[in-house]
Design a protein around this ligand. Sequence first.
Ligand code: DX5
Ligand code: ZN
Length: 216
Amino acid sequence: MQIAPSFLSCDFSKLGEELVRMEKANADFIHLDVMDGHFVPNITFGAPVIKWARPYTTLPFDVHLMISEPHRYIKDFADAGADIITFHVECDSDINETIDLIKSFNIKPGLVIKPNTPASAVFPYLEKIDMVLVMTVEPGFGGQSFMEDMLPKVKEIKDHARSLGKEIIIEADGGINASTIAQCAEAGIDICVSGTGVFKAEDAGQAIAELKSKCR
Ligand code: DX5
Ligand code: ZN
């Protein structure tokens, strides 16, 4: 299991130190939640903040766009240093065009599905993307409760990808902590986002080690 601490839960008054702390804690990615106050009822940060954050760590930046028109801003996030860009299949941009644009910057594209969206919504795009992010809370806020009824989507997506001769990476996001991560591992999830579970822990290294130990 790989762990992607969500930057949303960091102390923004010391953004750089927080990233160094995550790298020392053995995080595998940094997950960056971009919200526009339109696609979701919350506003976070955009490409300029990601650009400021970029020099503080070599960990890959996994940028999760919760915005209505991702296509308009892909170049900005590419310039800011994104390594993976995921955007919602429920957004208003053309999905194929947005995937192609992400790839044109040599960035890995992924699609995200909200809790009420069926797994089959991503099937038409599986051959073109590297990752599917399954939301295990309603997107918008950190610190919500894990929705375990989302887990069957993982097998559905993996099975469909395999039928196309493809191995897809599945990431899960929302409410993942030491009490919920074992179920994620069992369901076949490859990467777990954890915001409060890691950033708010006194010892982030111990928190990540504990999360990983629950998956063995
Ligand atoms: C929710 C975000 C999540 C969130 C996770 O909209 O996409 O990444 O920050 O935070 P926790 O782990 O606290 O649920
Ligand atoms: Zn997220």
